[in-house]
Design a protein around this ligand. Structure first.
Ligand SMILES: Nc1ncnc2c1ncn2[C@@H]1O[C@H](COP(=O)(O)OP(=O)(O)OP(=O)(O)O)[C@@H](O)[C@H]1O
Ligand SMILES: Nc1ncnc2c1ncn2[C@@H]1O[C@H](COP(=O)(O)OP(=O)(O)OP(=O)(O)O)[C@@H](O)[C@H]1O
Ligand SMILES: [Mg+2]
Ligand SMILES: [Mg+2]
Lengths: 219, 219
């Protein structure tokens, strides 16, 4: 389903070169559940952005569902993302002027879903993360873990085939985190492809397969 | 050193009332090392903001070093904060247009420390969190865990008597997190007062005392 070949992501700042990804090749098959682990700064978020068509690679090839996204135009990229991928960002990236429900509805707006169906689906997603009583609040009125859960609800609302979550339980206590992991497990059992970045060994052990990154390479 | 009596922090949104803190009384003595734990949304960050003179309480009393900060003017509050307290925010709050070194120097600028002494101390703090090779970068050029470490360096650069850290290892792998916990342990051993919010049981067990929050109350 997702294939990376010899992928490099290199940042140049002045004459300094930072190799965020340094020759990564990877295959993720439909329905797989993988965990990506590794030290701070090893390239995990960068890898997730590449998998999620959010960042272009400097070198190498990226195929998603047989589409070569490393050569695709930005419109094509955006459509692929919206139709197939749900992304939970490490720092949530909620829109500060929209309330919880509006934030969660956003992927459905891009998909052209009608107003009442959007509302229905968004309420369902918000309920799944335990925030039904906070739908009218904006992100600055929420705790860190509540923001994280809104980001998760938004990523899942379109029922995407591919779910990419960058440290989805980082701001959650063990019980709330457990509920979220049950959610991912259920989605995986229903055939969704799930890739999680995590520092939590318990979370990593839920996946069928672990990928370890170090200095931009898979070890 | 820090005393809270019957503290309430109540947000009113329309006719809805959210009791972020709902009658909290607490004493933290000089040199103590405490961990604050509890579910997402239970009031931990709110409690930290009150302890750190960053938020005013709705009801109750807050004393820091015998100063009644619940009645103090905002200048007095700011001075107390700058002189006595180092704060690591749950979402880091780095200034996006400043580089790592400039971000870390900020508390020293407020203290009126001279340029070369600021630089020296900031470099020391950055080295302590393992980021000496990234001093020229801005926050958007750093990974989540790198940003967290910059926030920690900034909080410690003034060698404050009171260190308040809201989930300081949330974005860190276990090895980098271990190095940060060693840093806090060393500061505690040297007499600094340390209060950490954490979801990590390992981190909580490092403290001499654990405080558990639930629905804005200490249980
Ligand atoms: N500005 C605000 N307006 C309204 N409610 C708020 C505001 N700030 C915080 N709250 C609410 O106060 C409660 C406590 O928030 P707080 O951030 O202290 O929780 P927390 O224990 O730190 O949670 P987490 O573990 O998720 O970070 C939450 O229900 C939160 O939504
Ligand atoms: N825009 C950028 N410019 C320069 N360097 C960057 C940029 N974005 C990321 N980097 C660097 O690329 C490397 C990998 O970053 P990445 O965010 O993928 O790490 P990570 O494994 O997710 O780390 P963490 O666990 O701390 O979140 C880091 O050294 C980071 O500083
Ligand atoms: Mg990351
Ligand atoms: Mg919090």
């Amino acid at each position: 389903l997702i294939e990376l070949r010899d992928v490099r992501k290199i940042y140049r700042i002045g004459d300094i070169e930072i190799r965020a990804l340094d020759g990564v090749s990877l295959e993720i098959h439909e329905g797989e559940y993988i965990a990506i682990i590794g030290p701070s700064g090893s390239g995990k978020s960068t890898l997730m952005h590449v998998l999620g068509c959010l960042d272009r690679v400097t070198e190498g090839h990226v195929r998603i569902d047989d589409v070569d996204v490393s050569r695709a135009g930005s419109d094509r990229l955006a459509r692929t993302r919206n139709e197939k991928i749900g992304f939970v960002f490490q720092s949530f990236n909620l829109l500060p002027r929209l309330n919880v429900l509006e934030n969660v509805e956003l992927p459905l707006v891009y998909s052209g879903i009608g107003k009442s169906e959007r509302r229905r689906r968004a309420l369902e997603a918000v309920a799944a993360v335990g925030l039904s009583d906070r739908t009218g609040n904006r992100p600055n009125q929420l705790s860190g873990g509540q923001c994280q859960r809104v980001a998760i609800a938004r990523a899942l609302v379109n029922r995407p085939r591919i779910i990419l979550a960058d440290e989805p339980t980082g701001a959650l206590d063990s019980r709330t985190g457990r509920a979220i992991m049950d959610l991912f497990r259920e989605l995986s059992q229903r055939g969704h492809t799930v890739a999680l970045v995590t520092h939590d060994a318990n979370v990593a052990s839920e996946a069928a397969r672990q990928i370890v990154l170090r200095d931009g390479k898979i070890v």
